[in-house]
Design a protein around this ligand. Sequence first.
Ligand code: NI
Length: 181
Amino acid sequence: MIRPILRMGDPRLLQRSRPVADFGTAELRRLIEDMFDTMRAADGAGLAAPQIGVPLRLVIFGAADGRPNPRYPDEPPVPQTILLNPVLQPLGDEMDDGWEGCLSVPGLRGLVPRWRRLRYRGFDADGGSIERTVGGFHARVVQHECDHLDGILFPMRMRDLSRLGFTEVLFPELAGQAADD
Ligand code: NI
């Protein structure tokens, strides 16, 4: 079921979410299914549970079809992932600036610094452990989604707000397929 996505200005997006305590439940599966329905309907690269008003440490991202996301056609595909109670550990101190959008900040893109490489750990829906070392766009997506669990939206990470703008102005070539971003 597609759920409404909260937009910037809603105080629920600024809250710290609580850890998932019960794995493998029917309720959790339904929530994850709704999150995928909602993310796909919006062509999102990822979605965090608080974006649909559920204050749990749960994010999804990536695509099963191995194709780049239509909102980020120049970025490499990210494997489809369900990640609960994530812990991120930057590797090295290098950061890269990259353009980000957010389904909760529709129509805008901003240049955001993120760790270039990181290790992340967490759990899948059944409580199985996940541990990956990633870089580039994959690392960026994980950092963006996990920030939502601490009530942080991408503009709050920006160092230069002159690099925040409307997607259709910054990237006119994306206007057709990502008009509402
Ligand atoms: Ni977002």
